[in-house]
Ligand binder design. Structure first.
Ligand code: IFM
Length: 438
């Protein structure tokens, strides 16, 4: 497998999933604090109060990354650490944590890649309507500007939002994620405001003339028909519109997909003049999170439904289908290129067991090898892919599944906070050692 010079190899995490220290150094409440403490919302009543205690153990975690040999670390900043109520006074103790983390990374020779928003909205903003309220996008711009001014010269890669589809649909559409609202139309308004927030942050970034790259990360899943019937092809168009194009098109073409009139009529009243100019301002790269594929069939009523996976699945029930990554990269490049791409997340949850001090997670190793091979194939076929981040460095708080789903290449004992490199981390280490990098 060949990768271009300067290709970045990394691992990824997110603030609420690993930091813990929920009430420390002035951090405000986030929607995930509120949601996870609401009975019945998260498996086993787990919360991110302690998580991997990374807030205190970050030096140790950076040392682990150095041992593995990654070039770059993708983490996210918790907005409520920096603005405890979303706006107003900056909490410098919160910002200082990220300064310490970045310093530690740079000393270890690891490039910081920072995401501004990975789902932990300040609860005070949710109390004003959250992402359904257009003002949240303006508060986000202020938060982003503060972060760029404070940390802008030490971060190499900026990501405005992680997976706005999840923030919008899971948060406001079906309610599986915080803040747990169930309002289909509302979720499209939330999506529009998230995209606007991205555009406003990008505008703030460009105004500061900072040297690093900036982009956004989408969770994209290639959709396949259950059969070759025209009805199932049509089902694919709709599923693709909902999961992928509703975000790709406004960002990269400057308008919502015109073949989705039922969505357009809902969101149209919220669109203001100039919104698409902000949303579609040029990106330095697009980040792609990919784990699986979708297979859909028509439902006989003008809609579609998912059909069960046709191959092996991970502990999330997600089909392992590496070719889906290749197909997705080729398609994004063909329909939206030329634009540099990063795989900002790829990985798998399995039911890992500790056996005599080792975790033999062979399935995860194979998953990573096969996906990396598909990424290499896409590069060979012309896709300007610039990096690959394994999700995740550590076992962590997997949202509505609490600590029951382990995605880490590093095992975490949540009782003792001990870490242990799984076989997949050792494999990644030797794979990286074997590459000619530079
Ligand atoms: O854990 C999540 C992450 O926060 C966002 N992308 C998908 C991962 C696995 O579900």
């Amino acid at each position: 497998m060949e990768f271009p010079k300067g290709f970045k190899w990394g691992t990824a995490t997110a603030s609420y999933q690993i930091e813990g220290a929920a009430g420390e150094d002035g951090r405000g409440e986030s929607i995930w604090d509120r949601f996870s403490r609401t009975p019945g919302k998260v498996l086993n009543g787990h919360t991110g109060d302690v998580a991997c205690d990374h807030y205190h153990l970050y030096k140790h975690d950076v040392a682990l990354m150095k041992e593995i040999g990654v070039d770059s670390y993708r983490f996210s900043l918790a907005w409520p650490r920096i603005y405890p109520t979303g706006a107003g006074q900056v909490n410098h103790r919160g910002l200082d944590f990220y300064k310490r983390l970045i310093e530690e990374l740079l000393t270890a020779g690891i490039e910081p890649a920072a995401t501004l928003y990975h789902w932990d909205l300040p609860q005070a903003l949710e109390d004003k309507g959250g992402w359904m309220n257009r003002d949240t996008a303006l508060y986000f711009q202020d938060y982003a500007e503060t972060v760029f001014q404070e940390l802008g010269d030490s971060v190499q890669l900026w990501i405005t939002l992680n997976e706005p589809w999840c923030s919008a649909f899971l948060g406001y559409g079906n309610g599986e994620h915080a803040p747990g609202k169930q309002d289909f139309a509302g979720h499209l308004h939330a999506a529009h405001h998230l995209l606007l927030a991205h555009g406003l942050a990008l505008q703030a970034y460009r105004a500061l003339n900072l040297p690093a790259e900036i982009g956004i990360t989408l969770n994209l899943t290639q959709q396949y028909p259950a059969s070759s019937s025209p009805e199932d092809q049509e089902a694919v168009r709709k599923a693709d519109g909902f999961h992928n194009r509703w975000y790709l098109d406004p960002l990269l073409k400057g308008f919502y997909p015109q073949d989705m009139p039922e969505f357009l009529s809902i969101v149209a009243p919220k669109i203001q003049p100039g919104d698409f100019d902000l949303i579609s301002a040029p990106l330095d790269f697009l980040g792609i999170n990919n784990y699986s594929r979708g297979i859909v069939e028509h439902d006989g009523q003008g809609g579609y439904r998912s059909v069960p996976p046709q191959g092996p699945v991970t502990a999330m029930g997600w089909e392992v289908y590496p070719q889906g990554l290749y197909d997705l990269l080729m398609r994004v490049h063909k329909d939206y290129g030329p634009l540099p791409l990063y795989i900002t997340e790829n990985g798998a949850a399995y039911h890992d067991l500790v056996e005599q001090g080792r975790v033999h997670d062979q399935e995860r190793i194979v998953y990573l090898q096969e996906h990396i091979a598909q990424a290499a194939k896409a590069i060979q076929d012309g896709v300007p892919l610039q990096g690959y981040y394994v999700w995740s460095l550590l076992d962590n708080f997997e949202w509505a599944f609490g600590y029951e789903r382990r995605f880490g290449i590093v095992y975490v004992n949540f009782e003792t906070q001990e870490r242990m490199l799984k076989d997949s981390a050792l494999w990644y280490q030797s794979f990286l050692k074997g590459l000619a990098r530079g």
